[in-house]
Every structure is written in structure tokens, then in C-alpha cells.
Design a protein around this ligand. Sequence first.
Ligand code: G6P
Length: 585
Amino acid sequence: MCSIIGFSGNEIAAPIIVKGLKRMEYRGYDSVGVATESENHIELKKGIGKVTEVNSKFQLDTLPGKIGIGHTRWATHGKVTDLNAHPHPSNSGKIAIVHNGIIENFEELKKQLEDDGYNFKSETDSEIIANLLQKNYESTKNVKDTIMKTVSEIKGHYAFVAMFENGQLAAARFHEPLIIGVGQENIFLSSDVLGFIEYTDNAIYMKSGNFVILENKEFEILDFNGEKVKHEITKVSKEFGDAYKGDYAHFTLKEIYEQPELIFKAGERTVEGIEEAVKYIKNAKNIYITGSGTSYNSALIAKQILSKYVKIKSEPIIASELQFAPETIEEDSVLIAISQSGESADVLEAVRIAKKSNCKIISIVNLLTSSLTRKGDVVLGMNCGPEIGVAATKSFTAQLLVLYKIVQKLNQNITINFEEFSKSISEILENPVKIQEIAKELKEVSDVYILGRGINYPIAIESALKLKELTYIHAEGIPGGELKHGPLALMDTDVFVIVINPKDSTYTDTLTSAREIKARGAKIIGVSDIESDVYDYWIKIPKINEILYPISEIIPIQLLTYYSALEKDTDPDYPRNLAKSVTVK
Ligand code: G6P
């Protein structure tokens, strides 16, 4: 999603802003821009591409002055063009803004502003904010009243930073993240702590419906009615400082390789939380589990393990779907909300709906400073450290581990030897040569189907998601038994099929499916602890406690999709059109 940053301090702003934008790259974007103020004049440079590319083309970091704003854009309104990139100046050029979110009534406001003589250079909803601020500033003559009037006129979910020609900065937050970084000499306004972590670990998480005015390092936080608001400074975890690739070629690869270690850490700080979560689960009328993307796939596995190992029924719900069927949620139930970022708008909306029905919320979240953390009655931390690669890898494993720990608490007979499990995961990762060879085969393939039954079916879906995200190959997860009800028609010599086939109760049926597919000429990649002549390629997984199969299956597939991305020359860390944390609905 778009990242915004504002800076006011004792140092030249532009290079600091460019560095901050680079650190927030993982959030996903398509264009970049910076504007600074110097001697009562605003200068601005922007263009499409990566931060490094746009910076070397336009030298964003040479803009003058100690006050500035910056932005990486993830297109929502208007194509990916230089003109649509932020910052957007107002018509007078005396105000410039950066914005994350969506202005829902932008067409109406644009029409009014055009009637007043304003013209628009971009197709974005964001440019409305710049001109509306100018209009309101010209009538109110002060920043506070200008912001109050502007936020009362715009509808939607947003965070924006506005820079005025006199060097004042103002930023408003409505349901999109905005954090103030408070350094000794420098103040930051950013969507993400990574925007300023190099300079300060003092953060103020602004509340939705608040705005801040910043002038010469002095700032004041107010609500949308103009009343002063007290703030609290939070020490941001230093672990964010670890967001470096180290010796790895990509964050995604580093994060895949961190998994054997996080087996011990996931849920580690949440022992009491798990006990509390279990109490809620035991007393709940119904249990719903929600998430988006990979986190939803964890919800699918949660349903299966809760039913199989503790005989508790639950209903997984795709977060973005709940708003269309809010009546699904019965009063006095529990919603388990799973999200790595804790900022996915769809998940937050699902939580809002569940709370309306008096449900308790169990949040399983990685970013403990996120909005979802603040909304949970119980918060269980994934503790897997910052995940920068846009496609979720280690956070999926961490989510499953937290869920296993809940199930273990509910059924003391389930024993998991985490030490041994960690070792067997390391073995998968130790020798990727075979996986690299299979990745070469996938280079020219346009369709991959992934088959799994029972608890392995969500892994088939998650594998398909990883293939789509990292390699742009069309991929589909199929429940094994459904093959003969349609997908078999697609099987021919151009197709690759991955069968998820551990030696559990699904083994024999899935092997039969593999033979049926092979008879139609498709190539089979078997992910199994047992070799078979039906597999053209065998990805060996360790023999383990069957509850753990999902993790040992997905890890080699994460590696396979990573190496396939390299073969296809796509960027595994930043897939096109995707964002790490989707903060718009
Ligand atoms: C985005 C990412 C996905 C991720 C999903 C949910 O769509 O591209 O990789 O699975 O968001 O993210 P969350 O932070 O809520 O787990």
C-alpha cells in the first residue's frame, strides 16, 4: 500500500525521506516522489519505478531544505503514471500533499472545486486534498482550521501529510496508519515505523480521527473537533532494525530460512494469552476464524485441527466477504482474527462487524503495534520478526504454530517435539539443489494445479497463492476428490501438477489421483515422505507427527516458488501490483 512520510528537523530532509521510503518498499508500490520546502518555496520531483531508479533519474535526494514529504504509490485511482505519482501540489503550488487511502466522495468534491476554478493534473482522488486544503487555507488563513474544515468535507479512509509553503506540516489520520517518530532533533510522520527507525525508536501511534500540526520540531495533536489530545510515546521494538537482507539475495529467501528458529519463538510471549484464548474458545457460542490471503489459508487449517484434535467446530470466513453477510456472526461468539500486519482493512472490518455482535476477539498478529493488536480481547503474537517479502512465508508458519499451541492447550495429549521438528525443517532447507532443478522446469509452464486432501487441501491453496504471487504462473489448488468432477478435463502434456501427499489418511487416494493425472500426460511433482514411480519429481519431506505436515509441506514449496521466480526473472520480494499490507477495502 502507499507509504507516506513527512519530516521536519535539523538535517537536510530529502536524503532522509528517500532512505525512509526505501525501508518501506516492502509495503508494495509503483511510483515514488518527494517534495521539500526551502525559503518559503516548495519543490517537487516524482516518477514511476522503484525508489532507487526514480532517485537516480530525478535525484530526489538533492532537493533542498530541512522539511519535506515523500510517498510511494500503489495505484488505486488512475493509472501508474508520473503525473499520478505523489506528492500532489495544489494549484497555487503553495501546498503539497501525500496520501494513503481512498477519498470516496472525490468526484463530487472535484466537480465543486472545478466550478470554483481549480484544475486537476492527475487522475487521482488524492489531488482533491491538495486543492481543498488550498481553498480552505485561503479562507481560514490558519493550518488548524484548514485541516478541520478539510477532514469534515472528505469521506473515506485516509491518512495524509500536507506541507505548507511556510514550512508547517500537518497530518490527519482516519482509519489508515499514521505514526509520529519523535527524535531528539527530527520529527517524522509516517505510515510505518520503518520510515524512521534508523533515527528514533520513540513512536506515537496516532488515533483515528486525530491530526497533528508540526512546526520547527514542535507538534500538537488534536481531534477532528480541534480539541487537544494527550499522547503516549511507545518504544518501538528494536527488532525492526533487523530488517536487513544480510547475506541473502532477497528478504523472501532470508525469511524462508528463518523458519527452523521461529518454531521456538512463535507464541513464546503469549503463554498467558493462550490460556485466556482457550477460556474464550471453551465458552463461545460459535467460533469464527478470519483472515485475508495467506492468513485466511491458516484459518482453513485452524478449522481442521480444531475439529480433528479437540472436537471443536469453527467456521472460517474470508475477511473481505463478511461485510456482505454480517448476519453470519451470532451474538456472544468468538472471532479469531489472523493477520501478519494487523493492518489489513478487510480483517479490521470483519473485527468491527463481530464486535457489533458482542463477540470476543482473539487476534493472532505479528506486528504488535498494529491496529488489530489494539482491537483484540486477547492478543497472540506470532513473534516471527519483521516480514518484508510481500508474499507471506514465515508468518504462515508462525500462525500455524500459534494455532497448534492453542490446540495443545485444549488437548494435553497432543505432544509436539519442537526440537526435532526444527531439525527436520532445517534438513529440507539444507539442500535446495533438487528444488532449484524443478524450478527450471517450471520456467516455461503456464498452468500448475496443486492437489491435496483434508488438512493438505489448504496447503494446496496456499501453494497456488505463492506461485501466483511470486511467479505469475496461473495456479489452482484443488481438493483431490474433485479432480474427476471437472479439473481432469484440463490435464494434458503442458500441465504440471503438484500433489501434496504425506503418509496420512489421504495418502492412497491422492496417489490414485496422481496416477489418473499421469495417464493424461501431465507431469507430477510429488511432495511426500514416500517415493513413488508416479512422481516425475519427488520433493522429500520428513516423516513427522501428522499435525505438523502442513508446515513441512509448504516450506519446500515456498523455496520452489522462490527459485521459480528467479528463473522467470521476477522480483520475489516485490511482486507486481501487490502490497504487503492492504489497508484499503
Ligand atoms: C496482502 C499480501 C498477502 C497477505 C495478505 C494478508 O494481500 O499480499 O501476501 O497474505 O495481504 O495480510 P495480513 O497482513 O493481514 O496477514
